[in-house]
Design a protein around this ligand. Structure first.
Ligand code: ADP
Ligand code: MG
Length: 696
């Protein structure tokens, strides 16, 4: 937004007026604009409505504004729009605030885990689906919302699926309460701190539900909501030329790099969007592009790289939405978030390596892992569609045409391939006891549910008769973390090392703290040595965090301003081969969960130099993820019997201790465990007797 203040020069005022005019025109030209009246009318007539429309047709940014103008925020009620991803919630909220000519956090705001921009004045609230699920813990009828829009429902994330089930229940409760309910004077139509069952009889206006999807298959949603009406919005799509490779590509990163420069040198103007699987790939490709671009003569047109992935700080995410500076071509490196969640203007060329990072779960062993797998046909089609938004485009698929037919039609819903402990814990906390009988849009396997129940009992969150335990289960449900991490915080408070555990959990919540560049591998290794602990990766992460805090402290003592301090931290990160973006994110997460821990009355103390105590605490928290070395040098995960290897990124890669606990399992050609700490195997039976017994 051009900067503008009351006393701005006439020139600035003119610029501002032009810019507002442009936004008005852009809004008017969106396919959804012509059906505004009809949509508002349909929402009025139907309690549940399904809206299907091509990506970029204006669903996410426009519909909430239509509903606001249509009077759905009377009596201070709020329109909530859920997104599967953080980035989408943030960027869309910013865009809509701009369109409303208002500051973010007033009429329009967003709320995501660890970051909330909303205020009492907020009427259009974008948030992640996970966050709305959490809100239901405090307010089971979601009483402040008049309308809830579940966006990107086709993605079928585990949170979306659970949310759909919950909203169906809430909608039913609100409709019933309205028929025969009474307003309880002490709750005044609100349902804070009650369970859904206890809310029976509380008067609350009916809830409008809107399910939005980019895929044409609306039937499953319609069936689930009792033949709910579906409305289709006609999209606008220009032709896209699809190109395949002649040979299979063995290294899709390298192929992406080559294709970017091929387009840059041979094709006409237009921005490039390349789909990669995660932060690590995006950052390493970003560096490779910069390295290669240096080889070109300075007068040739330049490449401007902007990354987009979920944990990227929001100011940096917004770069992708800006037009490329004059004389440059924008290259957006994005995860699958750019498939449908956000629409990036200017894209004419799409590069699709055909891969995606996905969660995978083995319900028998209870082990979840991250794997990189081929995308589905539906995703491939969405990706190429991104090239034809503003004019004819080209899509470079980095695989052979024959491979396309082998892809699955659509992705298996996440709820069928992830660990359900978190879901089960949340449903229990909402007072939904019968998890197997819960009305899921698609039921997860019984084995997976039983395995999660078993894990939660082992973690102490549930009692033996499957009730939420007091206080541990309640505390765990309220922490916005994976149950194992919540448990770690609670345990560490008892071990008197919460300070260290808070750091570990924050650092584990972000991807790739360390980075290295090809030509500086030795320097990077040397810098990392300075932080390394022979005990393992967890303590190494604590050392990095503390060193970064010292750097900030130094500049604070020198009375530096906030900006200068950040600059100093950025420099320190570069010198130490630490990923500044990730560290920044970890610091934010840290301050948020520290707040939660304090509210819960946990004991914020440090174990000082007593690393044995800290390792014992890690054992007590992560005992389900223990692995023992085998005679052949591989490891066996004790809970699952799986054979695993130590990932080369671990500080324990060479030392290969007898017994370790780990935090992450990644599957490539082998099973690798990441983020390890060396432990004494005898501690397992001592600290987790509910699971391990000492051999007689
Ligand atoms: P849909 O939800 O149907 O995919 P959106 O409402 O997200 O569509 O986007 C509608 C249009 O708004 C896009 O085509 C794009 O031109 C514009 N737009 C969305 N977000 C931004 C943004 N952050 N900056 C600039 N333009 C945007
Ligand atoms: Mg959208």
């Amino acid at each position: 937004m051009p900067s503008f203040s009351a006393g701005a020069s006439p020139q600035k005022q003119q610029q501002f007026a032009r810019w507002r005019q442009l936004i008005r025109q852009q809004r008017k030209s969106l396919p959804i604009a012509s059906v505004e009246k009809r949509l508002v009318e349909e929402v009025r007539k139907n309690d549940t409505l399904i809206i299907v429309g091509e990506t970029g047709s204006g669903k996410t940014t426009q519909l909430p504004q239509f509903l606001y103008d249509g009077g759905f925020c009377q009596d201070g009620k709020v329109i909530g729009i859920t997104q599967p991803r953080r980035v989408a919630a943030v960027t869309v909220a910013k865009r809509v605030a701009e369109e409303c000519n208002d500051q973010l956090g007033k009429k329009v705001g967003y709320s995501i885990r660890f970051d909330d921009s909303t205020s009492n004045a907020t009427r259009i609230k974008y948030m992640t689906d996970g966050l709305l699920l959490r809100e239901a813990l405090w307010d089971p009828l979601l009483s402040k919302y008049s309308v809830i829009v579940v966006d990107e429902a086709h993605e079928r994330t585990v949170h979306t699926d659970v949310l759909l089930g919950l909203l169906k229940k809430v909608q039913h409760s609100r409709a019933n309460a309205n028929k025969n309910g009474k307003t309880l004077p002490d709750v005044q139509g609100h349902s804070q701190n009650l369970t859904l069952k206890e809310c029976q009889g509380i008067r609350c206006a009916p809830l409008k539900l809107i399910i939005m999807s980019a895929s044409l298959d609306a039937k499953c949603f319609s069936d689930y909501f009792g033949c709910a009406k579906a409305v289709h919005i006609q999209g606008r799509q220009y032709p896209v030329d699809i190109l395949y490779t002649y040979q299979p590509e063995s290294d899709y990163m390298d192929a992406t790099l080559v294709t970017i420069f091929q387009i840059h040198l041979e094709e006409g103007p237009g921005d490039i969007l390349a789909f990669l699987t995660g932060q690590e790939e995006i950052e390493s490709l970003e560096r490779l592009i910069h390295e290669r671009a240096r080889l070109f003569p300075p007068e040739s047109s330049r490449i401007w790289v902007t990354p987009v992935y979920s944990s990227l700080p929001s100011e940096q995410q917004m770069n992708a939405f800006k037009p490329a500076p004059a004389g440059t071509r924008k290259v957006v490196l994005a995860t699958n978030i750019a498939e449908t969640s956000v629409t990036i203007p200017g894209i004419k060329y799409v590069i699709d390596p055909g891969m995606v990072k996905a969660r995978a779960y083995n319900p028998v062993t209870g082990m979840e892992s991250l794997i990189i797998i081929p995308v589905s046909k539906a995703q491939v089609l969405q990706r190429s569609g991104r090239a034809g938004r503003e004019g004819p485009g080209k899509c470079f698929r980095l695989f052979q045409e024959s491979e396309f037919d082998k892809l699955v039609d659509s992705t298996v819903p996440e709820i069928k391939r992830c660990n359900l402990s978190n879901v089960v814990l949340q449903l229990k906390a909402l007072g939904i006891d019968d998890i197997i009988g819960f009305d899921f849009i698609e039921k997860p396997s019984r084995t997976a549910i039983l395995k999660s129940l078993e894990q939660l009992i082992l973690l102490g969150a549930l009692t033996d008769d499957y009730k939420l335990s007091d206080p541990v289960g309640h505390q765990m449900a309220r922490l916005p973390l994976d149950p194992m991490y919540s448990k770690a915080l609670i345990v560490s408070s008892k071990f008197k090392c919460l300070e260290e555990m808070l750091i570990v959990v924050s650092m584990l919540s972000v991807e790739s703290i360390f980075f290295s560049v090809r030509e500086k591998l030795e320097e990077a290794r040397a810098a990392r040595k300075g932080f390394e602990s022979s005990e393992g990766d967890h303590i190494t992460l604590v050392n990095v965090y503390r060193a970064s805090a010292e750097c900030l402290e130094k500049s604070r003592n020198a009375n530096a301003k906030e900006k200068t301090m950040e600059k100093a931290l950025n420099r320190w990160c570069r010198e130490n081969f630490i990923n500044y973006r990730s560290l920044r994110h970890a610091r934010d997460v840290h301050s948020q969960i520290q707040g939660h821990a304090q509210q819960m009355g946990l004991n914020l103390s440090s174990c000082g130099d007593d690393m044995v105590l800290f390792r014992r605490c890690l054992t007590s928290a992560f005992f389900l993820n223990a692995a023992m070395r085998q005679p052949d040098g591989s490891y066996r995960a004790l809970a699952t019997g799986q054979s695993v290897q130590i990932h080369p990124s671990s500080v324990l890669f060479r030392t290969k201790p007898d017994c370790v606990i780990f935090n992450e399992l990644v599957r490539t050609t082998q099973n690798y465990v990441k983020n390890l700490t060396r432990i004494d195997p005898l501690w397992l039976a001592e600290l987790a007797p509910q699971y391990y017994t000492t051999e007689e």
